[in-house]
Structures are given as structure tokens and as C-alpha cells.
Design a protein around this ligand. Structure first.
Ligand SMILES: [Zn+2]
Length: 121
């Protein structure tokens, strides 16, 4: 097998309404970077699934960054799809990722229905 590496792992929800926004944002913000890109319903909601994917990206592609994107009005969260809940889940995901891979840079975003990316700190 050939060795191939990339810069980042990008995780978002599968929701079709947001794919155009995500594509445009990635083109602008990851312009000179290569990345693995996965979509799971709920974004980081199922953290075990995210970590499994992350393990593979780290092992195979030696990534140094992770971008996590949850979004407004997420069906996978249903009534729990509040800004507060998404912020909490994104921060928890970052904490868990850092406990496993302390050297990874993890960026968190909340994507609004109008396509606006809000950075979560
Ligand atoms: Zn969603």
C-alpha cells in the first residue's frame, strides 16, 4: 500500500440542506489543505462512531487537525437541537479527542440554517 497523508479530518451531519454551505466553506477555508471528509447523522452526536473514524484518519493519513461541524435544526437531535446542546456536544467531542490525541488541533463550528458558520470556543 502506498503512503498517503492529509492535513485534516472534517466531520459534519449528513443533512442535504447544508452540503452546499459546507462545500463552499471548505473550499474557502481549507483551500490549500487535503482532508478526509465524513458525514454522520447528528455530526458529533454519536461520539463513538466519530472516534472510530478519527482513529483511522490518524493511523492512515497522519492528520494534524480536526474540524467538527454541527448544525441548527438537526433532525438527529430532534427537540434537543438547541444551540446550547450542540455547543456542549462539540466541546465534549473536543475534550475526548484531546484525551486520545493531545497534539491534534480541534476546531468547532455551529452551522446556522442561513449558511453562517459560527466558531464555538
Ligand atoms: Zn443534522
Amino acid at each position: 500500500m502506498t503512503i498517503h497523508t492529509c492535513d485534516a479530518l472534517v466531520v459534519s451531519c449528513i443533512d442535504f440542506r447544508f452540503q452546499k454551505y459546507i462545500r463552499e466553506w471548505l473550499e474557502k477555508n481549507m483551500e490549500n489543505k487535503k482532508y478526509d471528509y465524513v458525514g454522520f447523522a447528528g455530526g458529533v452526536k454519536d461520539l463513538i462512531t466519530i472516534v472510530k473514524q478519527l482513529d483511522i484518519s490518524v493511523k492512515l493519513h497522519h492528520i494534524s487537525e480536526v474540524t467538527l461541524i454541527n448544525h441548527e435544526d438537526c433532525g438527529a437531535y430532534g427537540k434537543e437541537s438547541t444551540h446550547t446542546r450542540h455547543s456542549q456536544d462539540l466541546k465534549t467531542a473536543k475534550k475526548v479527542i484531546h484525551s486520545l490525541y493531545p497534539d491534534l488541533t480541534v476546531d468547532l463550528y455551529y452551522l446556522h440554517l442561513d449558511g453562517r458558520f459560527e466558531k464555538i470556543k
